[in-house]
Design a protein around this ligand. Structure first.
Ligand code: UDX
Length: 432
């Protein structure tokens, strides 16, 4: 038992954004948490109250729970595993070349857990893992642990970068996949403070819920993004369509914002992983192949517009606003901006970039600290990440510094009427 009443001691293995967020939110619920990582630099930084990534609200939680001694960080694998009864696996599951999920980190953590398993424990897969991984993790642990009883549980996370703390504190549902009554009881105790729906199901169903959830969200985005192209042709405002269909409670208003496409470390990886999982079963999820194809082509559709409107890209000076895959994070993994930068530089443009948080090491583009430096003297301004800063920009002042008055709004978030009033030619995606 932890020193805070009827709460438990929890070990979180992997102190990335999922592990650190999960651990600190468990502290908020009164538990005592140990964060374990093999990277001593990360452990050192976290122990000193420093995060190695940007996530709103997390620095404050880290400082609070370090001060209250509810969380500590270590590289001592043996002690950490021996001293905790609930062990979360929160390590990365990046995409392999063939689209499948790379589980090397998950299996090496499972091996460590088996090696140092000194008494009954519940091993909890928080990482996004293919269907059937819980039983594979069980096999890996059994091979090491000399018959000490344990259970493996699937407990997928649904955290969005930039709002991970909020999402972890207010989950729409808690999904637990386990066939062990004892493990389910311990998980109920862990999430006792939760007043969200609690789904108890099989490990495989829990694993599939995660992939299906992300794939459906990605599908909504690709649907509205392809419809936005039709709206361009029909001179219809895609945001009016989103509003009109989103009021149907069966559809809902969320994830219907048309733009340049989704990025991040999850949607692209999880859509590919689910396609691969289906293929391994000899099944075909062609709908997700289309979701992926639409998303991969959306930045090119956007650039075709730019090329047509400004009369070619060669020798043009372009400002790209936004590098992160979405606002509120410093994560550029699979960010549409990276595709845009590659295309523009390969087509002979001189490119200046700005992002409020991300610093990019790309020798072919000039990163500017100030937005006005980025837009000075350019032939076109491309908004790629909908940072608040760009919505509040003094666009009248921008108009006085650009060489040509072209704005391309990759997230359909700028005020077209205002920009036209300042003398800009405004182009969105599905925005007549
Ligand atoms: C996503 C899921 O939302 C989360 O539940 C899961 O745990 C991890 O993957 P994340 O990738 O962090 O979270 O961000 P999210 O807010 O979902 O946005 C993903 C991408 O979709 C971003 O590039 C965003 O710009 C884009 N997006 C989102 C749209 O293009 N349109 C929308 O309407 C919503």
């Amino acid at each position: 038992m932890g020193s805070r009443g009827s709460n438990v001691n929890v070990l979180v293995i992997g102190t990335g954004y999922v592990g650190t967020t999960t651990g600190l939110v468990l502290c908020e619920k009164g538990h005592i948490v140990t964060g374990l990582d093999i990277d001593d630099k990360k452990v050192e930084a976290l122990s000193a109250g420093r995060l190695h990534f940007y996530e709103k609200g997390l620095p404050e939680l880290l400082k609070k729970h370090l001060t209250e001694k509810n969380i500590s960080f270590t590289t001592d694998v043996k002690t950490a595993i021996e001293q905790n009864d609930l062990i979360f696996i929160c390590v990365g599951t990046p995409k392999n070349e063939d689209g499948s999920a790379n589980l090397n980190a998950v299996y090496s953590v499972a091996k460590m857990i088996g090696t140092y398993m000194n008494k009954y424990k519940v091993v909890i897969n928080k990482s996004t893992v293919p269907v059937g991984t819980a039983s594979k993790v069980t096999t890996v642990i059994e091979a090491e642990n000399g018959k000490v009883p344990f259970d493996v549980v699937s407990n997928p996370e649904f955290l969005r970068e930039g709002s991970a703390v909020y999402d972890a504190l207010h989950p729409d549902r808690v999904v637990i996949g386990s066939s062990s009554k004892k493990a389910l009881e311990m998980m109920r105790q862990l999430y006792a403070a939760e007043n969200s729906p609690f789904i108890e199901t099989t490990p495989s169903a829990a694993e599939l819920i995660k992939y299906a959830s992300n794939s459906f969200l990605a599908l909504k985005i690709s649907f509205i993004n392809q419809l936005a192209r039709l709206c361009d042709n029909m001179q219809v405002d895609i945001d009016e369509i989103s509003k009109g269909i989103g009021l149907d409670h069966r559809i809902g208003p969320h994830f219907l914002k048309a733009g340049i496409g989704y990025g991040g470390s999850c949607f692209p990886k999880d859509v590919s992983a689910l396609i691969t999982i289906a293929k391994a079963e000899g099944m075909d999820l062609s709908i997700l192949e289309e979701v992926k194809a639409i998303n991969q082509s959306q930045p090119f559709y956007f650039l075709e517009k730019v090329e047509k409107v400004i009369g070619g890209l060669d020798n043009k000076s372009i400002a790209v606003l936004g590098l992160a895959f979405k606002p509120g994070t410093d994560d550029t993994r699979e960010s549409p901006s990276l595709v845009i930068l590659d295309e523009l530089t390969s087509k002979g443009c001189s490119v200046k970039v700005h992002d409020p948080i991300v610093t990019l090491s790309n020798p072919y583009v000039k990163q500017c600290k100030d937005v006005l430096d980025a837009v000075a003297g350019v032939d076109a301004v491309l908004l790629i990440t909908d940072w608040e800063e760009y919505l509040k920009l003094d666009w009248e002042k921008v108009k006085s510094t650009v060489k040509q008055p072209y704005v391309f709004d990759g997230r359909n978030v700028l005020n077209k009427q205002e920009l036209v009033k300042f003398g800009f030619n405004y182009e969105g995606i599905g925005k007549p």
